[in-house]
Design a protein around this ligand. Structure first.
Ligand code: NAD
Length: 469
């Protein structure tokens, strides 16, 4: 339930009124003991995460299905396979990433040793959202462990089954001295954030990101913020219409639209909209059958509050495809809206549900102007068979990531840094970027104790004739 702490050894300090002070100081003591530093230790903990994914595969599929009707393929692909990819890439490269990086030296330090040590930060806090409840705490956790930190994980309280699974998992698979799960709602998380952490990694909405960054500022704690927003999808007249429709529909309706990198809205010409609509209708039927409600491959909205919010967005524009809802099941059909205006409610917030509005623009430059007039998105999608169109959009816009002729796939490559810019976030992770995010670059100079005559010129009394005046 809410407000609990995973079964690890916890000393609550009622004295200072901070319910998490004991936990944090316990982890800090473990970190100071140096236990998490050796590579062998990190590898053993990462391998334990791998065993968790293998042994609890079924439990993960069941928990995410119970939480939000997550289709088992979608759960398997995102919550298990992508995490295993990340784990394998980390285990394969860790030895190389951890190496001290030797740098060029000056004349005065020629005989010394100068390098960058990849030092752990210390005690790290990871706060995760509900939409991919396993993936979004596990992938940052892999990076934090790889870099040698102690970690507090705070999963989302919205997805209760996954939250319980995580709380029970860490204590069974990981070293309880160094890794803890805190199950907490908003109030408890506020208390948790009063503690001094050495790094905070937050995934969630921009509004809560602001709250987390403010709390971090009190301790001058560095943060990574993985946030959301509205990801534009520009569809050029030259695109392959059928393939575009399938790839856009897949990205939009995957996890019932509750994906931070989902295409949020389409920008295209009026002529393209005429071609795209039947192709989208065909793709939706192909994916989910004539009644998506009966498809085992289409998910549900996570909670009643979120359902009400998404359902209200259906009133924007005109419904071209779908539009059916069922509050009981928290079902919203894969929906496409047309004749949507810029000032409609659906264009004011991240949709985070299975609704795709199409807005018409006159040209690629119109689309670029539309995109640049708004907050910088987490990802920008372009569908075109013309290289110069992709190049033009890439060069004239700014976004966390960029993906041409597909959706979501850019985040499946661990060697591509993943993160936002502006309102969509701060910092990056995945693969080596995760390791670097959770490592401090410690500048190190090891000098010899002798050869003092070489130092004489820099000591007072200074010889005036040495100044180049
Ligand atoms: P959220 O911001 O409401 O919650 C995220 C986490 O913050 C949860 O663990 C929650 O308990 C905690 N939290 C909520 N209010 C808090 C407060 N006042 N103080 C302290 N902690 C608080 O986000 P959500 O609804 O769980 O997730 C949806 C959002 O996350 C969307 O905006 C989506 O785009 C974004 N997201 C981003 C990424 C990414 O990688 N960039 C990935 C997934 C989701």
């Amino acid at each position: 339930g809410s407000g609990g702490i995973g079964k690890g050894p916890v000393i609550c300090s009622a004295v200072c009124g901070n319910p998490y002070a004991g936990l944090v100081s316990h982890l800090r003591a473990a970190w100071l003991s140096g236990k998490t530093r050796p590579m062998e230790y990190r590898v053993a903990q990462l391998e334990a995460l791998g065993r968790f994914l293998d042994e609890k595969k079924q439990d993960i599929l069941e928990a995410t299905a119970a939480d939000m009707g997550k289709p088992s393929f979608e759960a398997y692909f995102t919550e298990i396979l992508l995490c295993k990819n990340e784990l394998n890439s980390t285990l394969n490269n860790l030895c190389h990433w951890m190496k001290d990086e030797h740098v060029d030296k000056s004349l005065l330090t020629q005989l010394d040793c100068a390098f960058i040590r990849k030092d752990p930060y210390g005690v790290v806090l990871i706060i995760a959202p509900w939409n991919y409840p396993i993936h979004l705490f596990l992938v940052p956790l892999i990076g934090a462990i790889a870099a040698g930190n102690c970690v507090v994980v705070k999963p989302s309280e919205t997805t209760k089954n996954s939250e319980r699974l995580i709380a029970e998992m860490l204590t069974c698979y990981l070293d309880n001295d160094c890794f803890a799960v805190v199950t907490a709602g908003v109030q408890e998380t506020t208390r948790l954030l009063e503690n001094k952490f050495d790094y905070i990694f937050f995934t969630g909405s921009p509004s809560v990101g602001r709250i987390v960054m403010t709390a971090a500022a009190k301790h001058l704690t560095p943060v990574t913020l993985e946030l959301g927003g509205k990801n534009p999808c520009y569809v050029c007249d030259s695109c392959n219409v059928q393939n575009t429709a399938r790839r856009v529909a897949w990205g939009r309706f995957f996890n019932a639209g509750q994906t931070c990198v989902a295409p949020d809205y389409v920008l295209c010409s009026a002529e393209m909209q005429e071609k795209l609509l039947p192709a989208l209708r065909e793709a939706i039927t192909e994916f989910y059958g004539p009644n998506p409600r009966e498809s085992p491959d289409f998910g549900r909205i996570v909670g009643d509050r979120q359902f009400q919010r998404v359902q209200a967005l259906l009133h924007s524009g005109h419904t071209a495809i779908g539009g059916q809802t069922d509050a009981e099941e928290r079902y919203i059909a894969p929906t496409v809206l047309v004749e949507v205006q810029q000032d409609d409610p659906i264009m004011q917030e991240e949709i985070f549900g299975p609704i795709l509005p199409i807005l018409t623009v006159a040209s690629v430059d119109d689309a670029i102007a539309f995109i640049n007039a708004r907050e910088r998105p987490l990802v920008l999608y372009v569908f075109s068979s013309r290289k110069e169109v992709m190049k033009r959009v890439l060069e004239r816009t700014s976004s966390g990531g960029f993906c041409a002729n597909d959706t979501i796939m850019h985040m499946t490559i661990p060697s591509l840094p993943f993160g936002g810019i502006g309102q969509s976030g701060l910092g990056r992770y995945h693969g080596r970027s995760s390791f670097e995010t959770f490592s401090h670059q410690r500048s190190t100079l090891l000098r010899g104790a002798g050869r003092e005559t070489l130092n004489t010129p820099r000591y007072p009394p200074y010889a005036p004739h040495r100044l180049p005046l």
